[in-house]
Ligand binder design. Structure first.
Ligand SMILES: [Fe+2]
Length: 245
């Protein structure tokens, strides 16, 4: 697949975001993320090429990185790619004015936030739990709950590591102020459990004041499995007659 060319301004935006964020992640990110970050070895001065990403990730976990010119992929499509272990990265990168925070996921989020984790088989296992459950249901409320569980764990979760609160979520890894506020204990924190997260609306167009903390990857997997397993066992994505489970 041929890769696209990015402009000097886009490379400059990447380099500035990278320069700002690396000291913060070194101090506050989960050890899991940092392990993946070191293995992925992203370039600091320019947008990474697909060749670079796909020379590392498929060998590590079997996932492949796919570029898209769609700025925001709808969840149904997103999970179909996920089901094939394909991770979409958008061609869009935030403007210079939005360096500190953008509500819209851009390529810096997709690459810097998410992809280091795809160097770790134990993390890929967690990510691979979501699509089968999402695609197995046609109940809108269940789909929303699956998206919420992803949002408050892989996207905006915190993790407790050796008694310290560390940043886990990919949406925080790629964000400026929000990362700092989350990392420095400025927000409200609750355990990541089904009881706490189900029914809780996603916060999408402003920064979070409330986040959830996983104890470990295994605890997160166990928690989401409690919700996903009955959906998958019920089976097949068959329409549910009255729209309820
Ligand atoms: Fe994301």
């Amino acid at each position: 697949m041929t890769d696209i060319e990015f402009s000097p301004e886009q490379h400059k935006t990447w380099a500035e975001l990278y320069r700002r964020q690396v000291p913060k992640i070194r101090q506050h990110a989960s050890a899991l993320y940092l392990e993946g970050f070191d293995r992925l070895d992203l370039p600091s001065e320019q947008v990474p090429t697909l060749d670079h990403l796909n020379s590392k990730i498929p060998d590590a976990t079997g996932w492949t990185v796919v570029r898209t010119d769609v700025r925001f992929t709808e969840a149904d499509d997103w999970y179909r790619f996920f089901d094939r272990r394909e991770f979409l990265i958008t061609n869009y990168i935030r403007s210079w004015e939005e360096l500190d925070w953008t509500p819209e996921p851009d390529m810096f989020h997709d690459i810097f936030g998410h992809l280091p984790y795809f160097m770790l088989p134990e993390y890929a296992e967690l990510q691979e739990m979501f699509a089968p459950a999402y695609l197995a249901t046609s109940v809108e409320e269940e789909k929303e709950n699956i998206k919420r569980l992803a949002w408050y764990s892989t996207e905006f979760g915190m993790i407790s590591e050796a008694g310290s609160l560390k940043v886990f979520g990919t949406g925080l890894m790629s964000g400026g102020d929000e990362f700092t506020n989350a990392a420095e204990g400025e927000l409200e924190y609750e355990p990541f459990t089904l009881d706490n997260v189900l029914g809780k609306d996603k916060v999408m167009y402003e920064q979070h004041d409330h986040l959830y903390v996983i104890e470990s990857l295994d605890q997160c997997k166990e928690e989401v499995a409690k919700y996903f397993d009955p959906i998958i066992e019920r089976g097949g994505g068959l329409p549910v007659a009255d729209g309820r489970s």
